[in-house]
Design a protein around this ligand. Structure first.
Ligand SMILES: NC(=O)C1=CN([C@@H]2O[C@H](COP(=O)(O)OP(=O)(O)OC[C@H]3O[C@@H](n4cnc5c(N)ncnc54)[C@H](O)[C@@H]3O)[C@@H](O)[C@H]2O)[C@@H](O)CC1
Ligand SMILES: Nc1ncnc2c1ncn2[C@@H]1O[C@H](COP(=O)(O)OP(=O)(O)O)[C@@H](O)[C@H]1O
Ligand SMILES: [K+]
Length: 509
């Protein structure tokens, strides 16, 4: 499990060490770690260290200090180093070390931003150390101008110091121009803003450098399940298992206009190991399901008549069929774990419960939040994904999964996840229906098994968020495997899932 923290959490963990006079030691650890990561990245790209050039963009705070010390280490390894100071002041010890190591120093002004962007653009490595966790808002003035020009032109490898400058470490919001990093070297623990869009767009690969504060870190602001977590949490059928003991998922989905969504959701669920799928809905949709996936048991019954462990509602529903909408409401009212997607979202009661997993994309989340009184549109959700998904979980008391390049999951309590195993090829029609099917299948199988989660350090009351995150992770892994670098159609995510599941679940912990 990857744990990520807010800047405030990291500062609080650092405080006892800073109070005991260890500040310089922490900075040295950070700077050494950053220099090491830059060297490793350069070598992996076939560069020789000696004679390569590095430009460090240094702000006036401790982030700039880290960057200057790291550049001093690189100068000591034979690299040609230039520091672009963003203001007249710089971290005094960092600057002194940099000068002693033979680095060249230039100061940014409004007049020379273009010239210095060109200079930095010619360096083999750019270290972005303008702003870190102490940033208030995005880059401004000449620094913003420098970064805009650098980002727009050609440049070498970009290593961000702690966070890409201008990305809010807590939220991932970007309040101005940001230089996209190839690698972000972050200190003491990952920052939540590196795992949430738009921050994740700029972070590149994230490398965490321990600096000695790790034991003092609190409960993380955001977590990411890794393959080992999936291995521990995914169900395995017992020897005496039968289809009912393995979990049955009820599906209320599809409409005469969108029957395919129901098929894709059922196929996702079947591929995710559920014992049985029971479909209840209009005969036209049931006919297509019978033809496309004969494993599904179809009926026209009510929710009360259908014995299941979990429900999937809403995929491909357009709200035109009142019987279907009644089934959606009944499924949610049943109190069983329920994944509610697409057409179910507009008819959800305002207040739900954590075993209801809502799966909006950004546009649907904006509509949901507007209904609950918030004044924000799709763009505002996309600019502030973590805050938006948290707000939705807080208001609805449901588990909310926000789909996107990074998929965020918020429980209404304190657990938050970000999964990003997928590929942009997953942005294809029907992909979300498959995700709903996978999550529904997991809810039916592992929803009742609180022990499994407790053993993995997950509070049983918070397991719904973990299950949603497991679904997003499997969906991403399967999508990446199926795409294999090329285009993808949604049905192939399900086709790839059993093999991905098999590989992941045999990993040892
Ligand atoms: N506290 C510590 O001992 C450690 C801190 N570390 C580094 O220190 C960083 C935090 O340092 P600081 O608290 O000095 O903060 P920063 O270096 O992130 O920035 C703060 C400085 O920038 C100015 N500033 C804030 N927002 C601005 C904006 N939008 N535009 C222009 N200037 C702005 C502030 O006035 C302040 O002078 C971390 O990100 C990390 O890189 C590491 O060295 C590890 C140890
Ligand atoms: N750029 C992207 N990178 C990775 N995954 C993505 C990207 N865009 C979308 N996805 C994933 O693809 C799925 C799309 O779901 P959704 O928007 O509901 O599509 P649909 O309604 O067509 O089924 C979600 O799981 C989402 O996280
Ligand atoms: K930075």
């Amino acid at each position: 499990m990857i744990s990520a923290y807010t800047g405030t959490q990291i500062r609080e963990a650092e405080k006892p060490l800073l109070d005991s006079g260890m500040g310089a030691v922490l900075m040295q650890r950070a700077a050494r770690g950053m220099a090491g990561a830059a060297i490793a990245e350069l070598r992996s790209r076939g560069h020789r260290l000696y004679g390569s050039s590095v430009a460090v963009l240094a702000g006036k705070g401790n982030n700039g200090g880290d960057g200057l010390f790291a550049a001093a280490h690189l100068a000591g390894r034979g690299m040609r180093t230039t520091a672009v100071l963003a203001s007249d002041t710089a971290h005094p010890d960092g600057l002194a070390a940099f000068r002693r190591a033979g680095g060249r120093v230039v100061t940014l002004t409004d007049a020379n931003a273009g010239e210095l962007a060109a200079l930095a653009g010619r360096a083999d490595v750019v270290i972005d150390a303008l702003l870190g966790t102490g940033a208030q808002g995005g880059l401004r003035g000449a620094s913003a101008d420098l970064v805009s020009r650098l980002a727009a032109g050609s440049h070498g490898l970009v290593v961000a110091c702690d966070v890409p400058s201008g990305v809010d470490a807590d939220t991932g919001e970007a309040g101005g121009p940001v230089l996209p990093a190839d690698v972000t070297v972050t200190f003491g623990g990952a920052k939540a803003g590196l795992l949430a869009d738009p921050g994740a767009d700029f972070a590149g690969r994230v490398v965490v450098v321990p600096i000695g504060i790790e034991d003092a870190l609190p409960w993380p602001a955001l977590r990411r399940l890794e393959a080992a977590d999936l291995a521990a949490l995914l169900p395995r059928p017992a020897r005496r298992a039968h289809k009912y003991s393995r979990g049955v998922l009820g599906v209320v989905a599809g409409s005469p206009a969108y029957p395919g969504a129901a098929v894709l959701a059922c196929r996702g669920a079947l591929a995710a190991g559920v014992g049985m799928v029971r479909y209840v809905g209009p005969p036209e949709v049931a006919d297509l399901i019978r033809h496309s996936c004969p494993e599904v048991v179809c009926s026209t019954g009510t929710v009360a008549e259908t014995h299941v462990q979990a429900w999937l509602v809403g995929a491909g529903m357009d709200g035109s069929d009142e019987d279907e909408m009644q089934r959606v409401r009944d499924a949610v009212d049943s109190g069983l774990p329920t994944v509610a997607d697409a057409g179910a979202l507009p008819v959800m009661p305002d207040v739900l419960a954590p075993q209801v997993v809502l799966t909006p994309h950004a546009g649907e989340l904006a509509t949901l939040l507007q209904r609950l009184g918030a004044d924000l549109d799709r763009g505002a959700v996309e600019a502030s994904t973590l805050a938006a998904v948290r707000r939705a979980a807080g208001l609805t008391e449901a588990t909310v999964l926000l789909k996107g390049a990074s998929t965020l999951v918020a429980s209404p309590y304190q657990d938050f996840y970000s999964q990003s195993e997928g590929t942009p090829w997953l942005a294809t029609a029907g992909s979300g229906d498959v995700l709903a099917g996978i999550i529904g299948a997991l809810l039916a199988q592992v929803g009742p098994d609180v022990g499994r989660f407790r053993e993995r350090g997950i509070d049983p009351d918070e397991r719904w968020a973990a299950i949603a995150a497991m679904g997003a992770s499997l969906h991403g892994h399967a999508g990446a495997a199926a795409a294999a670098g090329g285009p993808l159609t949604a049905g192939r995510i399900s086709d790839a899932l059993p093999e991905v599941w098999g590989k992941v679940s045999t990993l040892s912990n």
